[in-house]
Write a protein that binds this ligand. Sequence first.
Ligand SMILES: [Mg+2]
Length: 147
Amino acid sequence: MIIYIDMDGVLANFDKRLVAPREPGKGLPPEMLQKGFFRNLEVMPGAIKAIDELESIPGIELYIATKITTKNLHSATEKYQWIEEHFPTLLKNMFITCDKALLKGDFLIDDYHKWKTFQGNFIHFNKHNSLEAWEQAVKRIRDATKK
Ligand SMILES: [Mg+2]
């Protein structure tokens, strides 16, 4: 079973480093265009435990699926560095992609509704309550492996 996991808002606490909440239609927050922004994000609460649990389930392959902004190309390097620091077992399993709907797999865990276009099962991640969101996501995947 192939599982894709988003970074910003799922593994990494993107919102916490914004100066002000992101508003639709207002463009990209200027701070996310600066070198170091993506490198210094905090880990989302519950993410380390959840990845440990998912990695312990037999038959599961975990991958990162992340889209980067072309307005800050440091983000690509910084995302690799960030994963190497916080989730080193996933370092070689990273997809930087412009369209998550083109990925083949069983589950995508993502906070962005747009990616419900994913061809497998979409698990919407509630970034405002990540502990509960991670518990629910792990349970749903665990249940799917028992079928
Ligand atoms: Mg996201």
